[in-house]
Design a binder for this molecule. Structure first.
Ligand code: ATP
Length: 873
């Protein structure tokens, strides 16, 4: 096969490997987004840590040296724990980033190959086309309508036209690494790679996974600050009232500080970060890569999915199943990209060479595409765009590859707006235009039609026959392409001349079956209250047929053109009825997103092309395709589907809902624990007894034991009805009214129970009573975690052992508490003393209700619910 005369056939793999050793990989170094010392510093830069350090100093001044050292040790331990967790989270995200390794199309060993961008070397012959990010600095040898967005380098958003050969400015024939091709196609030699490129010099990386704080993290930060203020106020109140009533200042300061520490949920930011990072990993296992942590949170609230058809709902494995040429329908056998199949007319095999219009149509489809098919070790390797591959395969079913030639001298490229393309090629008689595209685009340009006898003027009855054949093909779910040719005088005829007065050759019906898993995913999304909107560039009948086969109800497709004439109010109305848009352009996607967002929908929008970027950016969750998506679309997306599959979006939403529910569980859990401590401290102040907890106890509870337990709550499996609930509103508070109620009830119980344990043991001395209160509170907190696993499903349904790490965390904390009470070195640090067995029995009595009562309530509620259901049915 002769591709458009490349200046050479590129490097050999051997030569490329040698050059790779000399020049190194084509990567940009030193651009890791967060440095380890930044993470470490961050651990000690919070207000809370400053409060604690202040507490340590106060304790030191007051002569409580053990306390001072213990507080300092806990601060350091907490910082180290936070550092390890965040460092691991950061590494996880880095590893996910590398999953998005980019590829480049190069000529090596005389043929086109897709290679990893990092393996590109100087001297490589590279091909770029619309949507690609330029993989290195390249000097162009061929440019066809090439336009490049160089904003990353120059800040100039207007695309720059690029040419080959004798350009006035050197820059006009050079492509720079990191810039994006927005139109056309080009071939050229790599001049520089990696840090030697212009981009490498500037070293500004695009396309990394962003880790700016999510809205949830920001809201929690805000909550933390408010609680910090509250803590400060309480602290001041205690000290002032204490001084006024003549209490010991040292005790007062310590109590105030304990309160401050008890109010602020220290572990929260770290737990949220780690959970989101773990969530990103879990999502990747389901084939969705979250490029921004925010995506995980937003996905859980998605209420509409706007999806492409081709490749997302369908397999994107296209096969020409029939052609209609010269008034005859010709069926083509065989599926996939193996060029093995025959041509049949009414069930009888025919030789395509004997039908001139068929022969011309197959040749036109072949010539007017960039796809390649090669046999390697007995297997067929397909490179290129599936629609074009289908046409190439059909042609190769008819003619051996040696007979096929593409002597390309000019091209008017495809765009989603034009829905067609054409090329100019040299043929023995001179120059020929070959065009292909949507029948709506090609037919108006045709004045003649190829029949057995040659080109004849097209009659209106022939036009309507073509139209009805087109509709019949499309009704069966086929993508239909029209093919046309004409001869021209030279290689440089303008587009409007080349694409006028064409000879219609025929229609190709291309089948692209829906993915098998899609109907199930559509049903699941529907159950979860999520609307599905199909937005496709394909024909309305094709879209409707595919829509029907995947379970989108029988709706009338809305044409992209109709959208242009519509006001926003009309579109809003329409969106309530119709959910299937055909023959759209990327701008329509943007309008649909905006309109849905005006109705307060949280929109997930898929896209793959370079022009989809604005819609992806505007959507609440922009979703790019990992396999067929352009680099530009991946750059702006929040989520990348590693398998391009619609079902993966639904899986990601399920994962997003699980993550969010789990975050909600542990936020409530941590706040409950802290609120319980506050109730105990304030209760004790009101009663007027000695200090119920030492500051070191509170630090131990909050910094050492709460975090790990909360973290394991983040690992809870999804509740069984997670995809049966409607989507949550983005503005819903993470705590909410019911959350506040739960926090209050638990805090009142745990606080009062601890007070009871404390005062009933005061006769054994303050040290003993404080140890009892400390241990009771820890056990109450640890065991209440079981209730927080789910407030709707009883334990026998979520499974007692379904979260083994949670059981491990609880067991480990209980063991640690035993060490805190009985092991002399810890006794010394924590000011504790051994407890008698009858004290343990009392503690167990006090702890039992936090486990048993919620389970009884959930059981009763479930029973009542069942009875309601029975009554209703
Ligand atoms: P979706 O938006 O669901 O991905 P799509 O891939 O069909 O659908 P476009 O790529 O915008 O959307 O294509 C629109 C139309 O353009 C197609 O229906 C087809 O008729 C025509 N078309 C697609 N690819 C080519 C091509 N390579 N050459 C010529 N025409 C094409």
């Amino acid at each position: 096969m002769n591709e458009a005369a490349p200046p050479s056939l590129g490097l050999t793999t051997r030569e490329a490997n040698t050059r790779l050793k000399v020049h190194g990989p084509n990567t940009l170094k030193g651009l890791r987004s967060v440095k380890w010392h930044e993470i470490l510093l961050r651990q000690f830069a919070s207000t809370l840590i400053l409060i604690l350090l202040f507490a340590a100093i106060v304790a030191g001044i007051l002569g409580e040296f053990v306390d001072a050292i213990a507080i300092a040790a806990i601060v350091i331990l907490n910082g180290a724990l936070g550092f390890v967790q965040e460092w691991r989270a950061e590494n996880t995200l880095q590893a996910l980033r590398s999953l998005l390794a980019e590829t480049a199309l190069v000529f090596r060993d005389g043929r086109e190959q897709k290679i990893d961008v990092k393996d590109v070397v100087p001297g490589d012959l590279v091909i770029v086309e619309a949507g690609d990010r330029v993989p290195a600095d390249i000097v162009l040898s061929q440019a066809l309508a090439l336009r490049v967005d160089e904003a990353v380098l120059t800040g100039e958003s207007e695309p720059v036209a690029k040419v080959s050969g004798q350009a006035d400015e050197d820059q006009d024939k050079e492509l720079f690494m990191g810039t994006s091709v927005v139109h056309g196609r080009g071939t050229g030699l790599v001049r520089a790679t990696g840090m030697q490129t212009e981009f490498g010099r500037i070293a500004a990386l695009t396309g990394s996974v962003h880790s700016e704080p999510t809205s949830l993290q920001r809201k929690l930060g805000e909550l933390g600050r408010q609680l910090g203020l509250l803590a400060f106020g309480l602290c001041l109140l205690v000290v002032v009232t204490g001084v006024l009533t003549g209490k010991d200042l040292a005790v007062l300061v310590l109590t105030g500080l304990s309160l401050a520490v008890a109010v602020v949920p220290e572990g929260l930011p770290a737990v949220v970060t780690v959970t989101l990072a773990l969530g990103a990993t879990a999502m990747t296992k389901r084939r969705a890569l979250a490029r921004r942590l925010q995506a995980i949170e937003t996905l859980g609230a998605a209420s509409v999915i706007c999806t492409d058809k081709t490749g997302t709902l369908t397999e994107n494995k296209m096969t020409v199943s029939a052609l209609w040429c010269g008034g005859t329908r010709v069926d083509v056998t065989g599926v996939g990209y193996d060029p093995i199949g025959v041509f049949e007319v009414e069930g009888a095999e025919v030789d395509p060479r004997t039908l001139p219009s068929l022969r011309e149509a197959l040749n036109c489809g072949f010539v007017c595409s960039h796809a390649h098919l090669e046999e390697q070790n007995g297997a067929w390797q397909a490179i290129g765009e599936p629609t074009e591959l289908a046409l190439v395969v059909a042609a190769l079913k008819a003619f051996p590859s040696q007979e096929m030639a593409r002597n390309l001298v000019g091209e008017f490229p495809f765009s989603s707006e034009r829905k067609m393309m054409s090329v100019i090629v040299t043929v023995p008689e001179g120059f020929k235009v070959c065009a292909k595209g949507a029948p709506e685009a090609i037919l108006p340009l045709c004045t003649r039609m190829m029949m057995g006898s040659g080109a004849v003027a097209m009659t209106s009855s022939q036009r309507s026959e073509i139209q009805s054949t087109y509709e019949a093909f499309a009704d069966n779910g086929n993508r239909v392409l029209a093919l046309a040719i004409k001869t021209v005088s030279g290689a440089d005829v303008p587009q409007d001349e080349a694409e006028a007065d064409l000879i219609f050759l025929g229609l190709a019906a291309i089948i692209d079956p829906p993915r098998t898993e899609v109907p199930k995913a559509v049903a699941s999304a529907r159950r979860a209250g999520i609307d599905i909107v199909m937005i496709t560039g394909d024909a309305p009948r094709t879209a409707a047929a595919i829509g029907n086969s995947i379970g989108l109800e029988d709706v009338k497709p809305i044409m992209g053109e109709a959208l242009d004439a519509m006001s926003s109010a009309e579109l809003t109305d329409l969106l309530k009825q119709g959910r299937l848009f055909a023959r759209t352009t990327p701008e329509h996607k943007l309008r649909i997103v905006e309109c849905l967002q005006d109705q307060d929908a949280i929109v997930a929008m898929t896209g793959d092309g370079v022009n989809d970027a604005p819609a992806l950016r505007k959507a609440d969750i922009g979703i790019a395709m990992g396999i067929r998506g352009t680099d530009v679309s991946k750059d702006v997306a929040d989520l990348v589907l590693l398998d391009d599959n619609f079902a993966t979006i639904v899986a990601a939403i399920e994962e997003g809902r699980r993550q969010y529910t789990n975050i909600k569980k542990f936020v409530r859990y941590l706040l409950t624990s802290n609120a319980g401590e506050v109730v105990a401290i304030i209760g004790s102040l009101i009663i007027g007894g000695p200090l119920i907890f030492l500051p070191i106890h509170i630090l131990w509870m909050n910094l050492i034991t709460d975090g790990p337990t909360a973290l394991t709550l983040g690992l809870e499996k999804g509740e069984s009805d997670i995809m049966k609930r409607p989507p949550r509103h983005m503005s819903d508070s993470i705590i909410g009214r019911d959350g506040l109620f739960i926090i209050l009830i638990f805090a009142l119980y745990t606080g009062t129970a601890t007070l009871f344990a404390f005062y009933s043991h005061l006769e054994h001395g303050v040290l003993y009573a404080q140890t009892v209160a400390f241990t009771t509170m820890i056990l109450l907190e640890k065991f209440s975690v079981f209730a927080f696993r789910s407030f709707s499903e009883p334990v026998y349904r979520i499974g007692f052992f379904s979260n083994p790490l949670l059981l491990l965390a609880v067991t480990a904390t209980v063991a640690l508490q035993c060490a805190a009470v009985y092991w002399p070195p810890l006794q010394a640090v924590l000011s504790t003393t051994g407890l008698a067995w009858d004290t343990w029995i009392l503690i167990i009595w006090l702890v039992t209700p936090v486990v048993v009562v919620p389970e009884i309530l959930k059981f009763v509620r479930e029973m009542l619910g069942k009875r309601e259901d029975q009554k209703a049915s």
